[in-house]
Design a protein around this ligand. Structure first.
Ligand code: BGC
Length: 763
């Protein structure tokens, strides 16, 4: 067995490194950026003067009595407080804040009521600002396709500017759950299957939401969620049981949270699921030992929507009082929507079942977050009716939405350079349920989106064409069901055209919360439409709308050109037209592997090797790791995406081929664009640890870089690998790195050959 280095030795050589580590988070409620007069002493003084009921009130959050229809539809109906009831609760100090309201005048009234309460503690206003506010940015999974964390930072920043203007202080985002099972509907809210991409996106989004300092009027507190392993639900079924080893938890599911906290997030949300028998909402090990103990997180933990009450249905708590006690003592500071803390914490304290000191600790965490947000300085600081109007959907924000949408599009195929289309001299049939649809382009978790009529693909294509009359538009079919005469009309349009663009896929209802699918395919009605159109012999371009990886097959897969369009938000139609007509090239890369068949789920590129790996995906050999009919490889792997250029990789350089104790290894390659069009290539660095005391994945992404290449251009891309990049969770669950041989690839996707080499990590 090669010698293992301890963390101390490792850090001595490599400097501070937080991933996988037990080093406390740096920032969390350290020196406050706030100029607030709410010093620790003042907070202590408030706590000393509060009644136990007021303390329970500070730990109680409810949905806003006034909500848009979309916001109201985001959660099951439980209690629906009246505006009067909510104002009275604020006045009585029985409410810490509300969520998913968006009416600035209502927020002002409610805050006035809180400021008229005995303790005058300001309310906090939260919301699910997941991918934009009134301007809708691409769904997070789409945006992850950009492989551009800076873009995610910018869209989060822009969303914060809009949301804070109506008084939102706190977003329930980013969702940082690693999602490796495409059946799970909530993968759409996150950054896909990869840990490194997940960490970088988590960090970027936290920085974007929180801006230049939390006490700024345009900053809101981020909430990396759902803690933890929500994406590991058995069978990809939302809310379902999670049974995951501590090693996988630490190596896969926890690092994006850690990245979010290291970037300054002060809050997190407990997930709905159980983990190996203990619901996350009552998981003392997870919340107290790992989060607060090992990581030193000093922020607050909020339950998910009625998550504490659900401990009863999990079969973990006997009744409501027990549920409140278990969640609270495990470390959930704030109860969302159930009202359990309000009802049960005071008697639990009176009976001695919950120590008053614990209650004070949770209240202190809540008040510290309110103080960091500057709410004690000015409780109305984010509520400006003037800004609520003037900061929404500004031209620069809409331009950013279009840029983000464009950068989120992934081109899977482009045979015979069918794309880009011509602006003139080409008759185009645009067919499918997404042809004129703008509603679905918003994607799931759009609760506050503005009017995006006119954002549809048909309108944008017409605008881009020299002769808009050369575009014929036919719906053809609904998402799940055919339309009378739909296929006939589509066939006629395609037969009369030089090229047919099929805008098909999932509607927004197919993904999101509680929207798991058993088959991750394009619905049958649309497959039939594509088959009929393809039979005309007119070349077809598929433009998919989708909230997950899809298993493409049949005529959809056989189409010469396929674009993955996800749900792109306010910039959707124009961005797709930009790409279709070549105004901009596609530059996105898949953040999730597209498997060959639904039955491969969960599939992720960084799986472990088996003792009988399948060496030839195209010719299945007996007694190897594959299914009867298909190899267990991706149809389109993580990282895949084509450009309008012709990209070549050459000249892998692994320097000395040795990475030493204190060292860094430079790995370089030369990337050429031999084509006639500009391209942006996402160059990816993967490694494989050949032999270790714990088996390692067949490949792991270690870095990536986007390079812009004019026709004929080339660029040297250099990556720096350090020892800490090779850490894994060792046999004793400690961060470990072991000397030995590593394979390395600089490649255009997780399963492309790219350029392959090796290096040695020396002790
Ligand atoms: C979701 C959370 C969300 C909350 C409030 C829950 O159903 O799981 O992600 O923040 O509702 O809307």
């Amino acid at each position: 067995m090669p010698p293992r280095l301890t963390r101390r030795e490792l850090l001595a050589g490599a400097g501070a490194f937080a991933l996988l580590s037990r080093i406390p988070v740096g920032l969390a409620l350290g020196p406050s950026t706030s100029t607030s007069p709410a010093t620790p002493a003042l907070i202590d003084d408030l706590i000393a003067r509060m009644t136990v009921e007021e303390k329970a009130g500070q730990l109680t959050l409810f949905g806003s009595a006034l909500q848009t229809d979309a916001a109201a539809a985001a959660n099951p109906v439980t209690v629906r407080p009246t505006a009067e009831g909510q104002l009275a609760a604020a006045r009585a100090g029985r409410l810490t804040g509300i969520f998913n309201g968006s009416n600035v005048r209502w927020h002002q009234r409610l805050q006035q009521a809180a400021m008229a309460s005995r303790m005058k503690i300001p309310l906090i206003f939260a919301a699910d600002v997941i991918h934009g506010f009134t301007t809708v940015f691409p769904v997070p999974l789409a945006e992850a396709s950009s492989f551009e964390p800076e873009l995610a930072r910018r869209t989060a920043r822009a969303a914060a500017v809009e949301a804070t203007a109506v008084g939102i202080d706190w977003t329930f985002a980013p969702m940082v759950d690693i999602a490796r099972d495409a059946r799970w509907g909530r993968g759409v809210e996150g950054s896909g299957e990869d840990v490194l991409l997940g960490r970088r996106m988590a960090e970027a989004r936290v920085r974007g939401f929180q801006g230049e300092g939390l006490d700024r009027n345009d900053a809101m507190a981020a909430c990396p969620k759902h803690f933890a392993a929500y994406g590991a639900a058995e069978g990809g079924l939302d809310y379902n049981t999670v049974d995951v080893s501590e090693r996988t938890l630490r190596e896969v599911y926890l690092p994006p949270f850690r990245a979010g906290f290291d970037a300054g997030a002060l809050t997190t949300m407990a997930s709905f699921n159980e983990i190996s028998g203990v619901p996350a909402t009552a998981n003392t090990w997870l919340l107290d030992d790992v989060l607060r103990g090992e990581w030193g997180f000093r922020g607050l933990v909020v339950s998910d929507y009625t998550g504490d009450m659900e401990l009863i249905l999990h079969g973990f708590a006997a009744d409501e009082r027990d549920a409140a006690r278990l969640a609270f003592l495990a470390g959930v500071d704030m109860s969302m929507q159930s009202g359990l803390y309000l009802r049960h914490l005071p008697p639990l304290v009176a009976d001695g079942a919950v120590p008053m000191a614990r209650l004070d600790e949770s209240v202190r965490r809540v008040l510290r977050v309110k103080a960091a947000l500057g709410l004690f300085d000015d409780p109305f600081r984010r509520m400006s009716p003037e800004r609520a109007r003037s900061m929404q959907r500004r031209p620069e924000t809409l331009a950013l939405a279009r840029e983000a949408a464009r950068k989120s599009v992934v081109m899977l195929k482009n045979q015979r350079d069918l794309l880009p289309l011509k602006r003139s001299g080409q008759r185009i049939a645009l067919i499918g349920p997404m042809a004129t649809d703008w509603w679905n382009t918003a994607g799931p978790w759009t609760l506050f989106g503005g009017d995006d009529t006119g954002n549809d693909l048909a309108s944008a294509m017409r605008k881009a064409m020299a002769d808009p009359g050369a575009l014929q538009v036919v719906e053809g079919t609904g998402f799940g069901r055919g339309l009378p005469g739909g296929v006939q009309a589509a066939v006629a349009a395609a037969a009369a055209a030089d090229v047919a663009v099929l805008a098909i896929g999932e509607s927004l209802e197919y993904s999101g919360e509680a929207q798991s699918r058993t088959m991750i395919t394009v619905p049958d009605a649309q497959q039939s439409l594509v088959a009929a159109v393809a039979a005309t012999g007119t070349p077809i371009v598929i433009v998919l709308s989708n909230g997950r990886a899809l298993a493409l097959d049949g005529p959809v897969l056989e189409a010469p050109a396929i674009l993955v369009g996800w749900f792109l938000g306010s910039g959707s139609g124009p961005a797709l037209a930009d790409i279709l007509f070549g105004e901009h090239g596609p530059s996105g890369r898949l953040p999730v592997s597209f498997p060959r068949e639904s039955g491969q789920a969960p599939y992720h590129y960084d799986h472990k090797p088996t003792g009988r790996p399948d060496p030839t995906p195209d010719a299945l050999q007996p007694f190897k790791t594959h299914y009867r009919s298909v190899s267990n490889s991706a149809l389109f792997p993580f990282g895949h995406g084509l450009t309008y250029g012709r990209i070549e990789y050459a000249g892998l350089d692994v320097g000395s081929g040795r990475l030493s104790a204190d060292g860094a290894l430079e790995i370089g390659a030369r990337i050429h664009n031999r084509g006639t069009r500009a391209a942006e290539e996402v160059v990816q660095l993967y490694v494989r640890d050949r032999a270790a005391s714990v088996t390692r994945p067949v490949r792991e992404l270690k870095d990536f870089r986007k390079v812009a290449l004019a026709p004929g251009d080339s660029a040297d891309v250099r990556f720096t690998l350090r020892r800490e990049d090779l850490l894994f969770v060792g046999p004793g669950l400690e961060p470990t790195v072991e000397p030995g041989l590593f394979d390395v690839w600089v490649a255009p996707s997780a399963e492309a050959d790219g350029l392959a080499g090796s290096f040695e990590l020396v002790a």
